[in-house]
Design a protein around this ligand. Structure first.
Ligand SMILES: [Zn+2]
Length: 328
């Protein structure tokens, strides 16, 4: 595990990542990361969402959040449903291309998630819920709403939020819930998404513009290792909604294209906000840590065709160069 983490760190730094949000970790792995940080074997920062196992709940709810210099544990990741590819995402109406009455999978009972939400709320922990289908999202918004009851600063997140019933978007605003989305999902799934859920529902899938409009922010991630590790692919997918070959020409559901400024914020300051870290990172300002990358092109200006091939020249954490291209 130690070797795997060191190898993973090498790949992350080369891709230009300075903090990784890692979802659903066991205490054993969290302790190992902490130990490797203390020994200087790991330098990348980790925002670890704990798996809500009995061991983790007993430990963290009793001891409170763990806030070390490079490791934070103040959230639990809970799975509501599966994914679209395998028809495991939970839908309000059956799949358009599945067996009759197939709605997908609920991976945790409502009561279990409700209990977790109550415990997390009372102990001031964040919840990050994996919800992909419209039914999973509705269930999670219901459960979040029961605890949050209105505008708040708990920063509870819905991870993926891939398909929403149009009635439900506004509840992200009502309860200040952060949509944490991965723009390459749109461009990986676009070839078959309409087959799975049909032409009507697909209008409300990967709807990043509508999600961003709720709280004027959205956290963007890669979802590696499900998707590739490269944040520049995330940036490209967010601002073009095209695949690496430039397909489709006008972008997939182009109403949901984000501006370059929005995509950059989604990967920096809004991501920091979604981790409660905006006072220390997420922008280059006096008083914050110097976590940054230097790229060989200005991704805010170059032709979109050149974004994916832009190279990370340097990655810096706390002002130290931790990756330099061509040297490893
Ligand atoms: Zn997930």
């Amino acid at each position: 595990m130690r070797n795997a983490l060191i190898a993973a760190q090498k790949n992350c730094l080369a891709a230009g990542l300075t903090t990784v949000d890692d979802a659903g970790l066991e205490k054993e792995v969290i302790d190992l990361i902490d130990d490797m940080h203390q020994k200087g074997e790991l330098i990348i920062k980790v925002y670890a969402m704990a798996n809500p196992s009995k061991e983790n709940l007993d430990y963290f709810l009793k001891n409170g959040p763990l806030l070390h210099e490079r490791l934070t544990v103040r959230s639990f990741k809970v799975y509501v449903d599966g994914a679209f590819g395998s028809r495991g995402a939970l839908l309000l109406q059956p799949y358009s291309d599945g067996e009759a009455h197939h709605h997908g999978l609920l991976l945790n009972e409502k009561k279990i998630i409700q209990d977790l939400a109550e415990q997390a709320y009372d102990a001031d922990f964040q919840l990050c819920a994996h919800a992909i289908g419209d039914s999973a999202n509705r269930l999670m918004l219901d459960i979040y709403g029961e605890q949050l009851r209105g505008v708040n600063d708990k920063r509870w997140r819905i991870e993926h939020a891939q398909l929403l019933n149009p009635m439900d978007f506004k509840r992200f605003k009502e309860y200040t819930i952060i949509p944490s989305v991965q723009p390459t999902h749109a461009t990986s799934d676009m070839y078959w998404a309409a087959d799975r859920i049909g032409a009507e529902r697909v209008k409300y899938a990967y709807a990043y513009r509508t999600l961003l409009d709720q709280n004027k922010m959205v956290a963007l991630g890669t979802d590696f290792p499900v998707e590739e590790i490269y944040p520049l692919h995330t940036f490209y997918a967010a601002v073009t909604r095209k695949d690496g070959k430039g397909y489709p020409e006008k972008g997939y559901a182009p109403a949901h294209v984000l501006s370059r400024r929005e995509a950059l914020k989604g990967m920096t300051i809004w991501a920091a906000i979604s981790n409660f870290e905006e006072t220390e990172k997420g922008s280059l300002e006096k008083g914050k840590v110097a976590d940054f990358v230097i790229l060989d092109h200005d991704i805010m200006k170059i032709d979109e065709k050149r974004i994916r091939s832009t190279k990370v020249k340097y990655t810096a954490i706390n002002g130290s160069i931790v990756y330099q291209s061509g040297t490893n």
